[in-house]
Design a binder for this molecule. Structure first.
Ligand SMILES: Nc1ncnc2c1ncn2[C@@H]1O[C@H](COP(=O)(O)OP(=O)(O)O)[C@@H](O)[C@H]1O
Ligand SMILES: [Mg+2]
Length: 237
């Protein structure tokens, strides 16, 4: 399949099944550069699985996925790894920051082990995200919201085509959630397509597109079903 490079992501009938039988049944999704999209859904509905598929961490059992005009189904494993490293920034649910490094070193680590080469780039980006004063602080000494912004900076520093974030505001107070969303929006302003999964309807409402994931099936969220999905009494995934 060929897609225009003006499209950041095209997923068609994407599906994945774990050995348990659970997983993602069907996702169709198109994102343009600069767009923000939210996927809402209860725990266990397949949100993290969807992000892992879009982030080329899991390989789909069915369907097609194009990122930045590249059909990922046609790639060898080493080419998939390269595409992931170059074009996709991922903010995982547990962040995966290196606690023995400071904030800018964690951001620079996106490029590999030679941190010093990317020092000014990493520090500039942290500055853009309101973290200039904290760039030299070990991440172990940062608050939850500050760590989230370091993880967003690490995902964004290579100016990827696609930024994926798994519940980036969960556990944050409204002020820190706003700061984290502001940093994701600035990725979009620089041309990335940003997709986040969230339990927070207020967060989803700030995104340009909204989708609902229920029972492994992704659909465009109408206001009615978005409301019912987000008011379900489920804890964070
Ligand atoms: N590694 C795994 N092995 C087997 N089943 C899994 C695995 N990861 C997730 N699942 C199952 O797949 C479904 C979707 O999970 P997940 O994508 O983590 O949902 P969410 O992020 O929406 O909470 C759930 O039923 C979950 O139990
Ligand atoms: Mg999850």
């Amino acid at each position: 399949m060929t897609t225009s490079p003006q499209v950041a992501l095209v997923a068609q009938r994407l599906a994945f099944t774990y050995a348990s039988g659970a997983g993602l049944k069907r996702a169709d999704l198109v994102l343009a550069p600069g767009e923000t999209a939210a996927v809402e859904g209860p725990s266990g509905s397949g949100k993290s699985t969807l992000l892992a598929l879009l982030g080329l961490i899991l390989t789909p059992a069915a369907g097609s996925l194009c990122i930045g005009g590249t059909d990922t189904g046609a790639l060898a494993p080493s080419e998939r790894d390269l595409l992931r490293r170059r074009e996709i920034g991922i903010v995982l649910q547990d962040l995966g920051l290196l606690t023995f490094l400071n904030a800018w070193e964690n951001v620079a680590a996106a490029f590999g082990p030679r941190l010093g080469r990317h020092r000014s780039n990493a520090r500039d980006l942290l500055g853009d995200l309101g973290m200039a004063e904290l760039a030299d602080r070990p991440v172990a000494e940062l608050s939850g919201g500050q760590r989230q912004r370091v993880a967003v900076a690490r995902a964004a520093v290579k100016q990827p085509v696609l930024v994926l974030a798994d519940e980036p505001t969960s556990g944050l107070d409204p002020k820190n959630a706003d700061l984290v969303m502001g940093s994701l929006r600035s990725c979009a302003a620089q041309g990335a397509a940003v997709l986040l999964v969230t339990h927070d309807r207020g967060v989803a409402e700030t995104c340009g597109r909204r989708y609902a994931l229920d029972g492994g099936v992704l659909s465009a969220a109408s206001m009615e079903n978005a409301r019912s999905v987000s008011t379900r009494k489920e804890g964070p995934a």
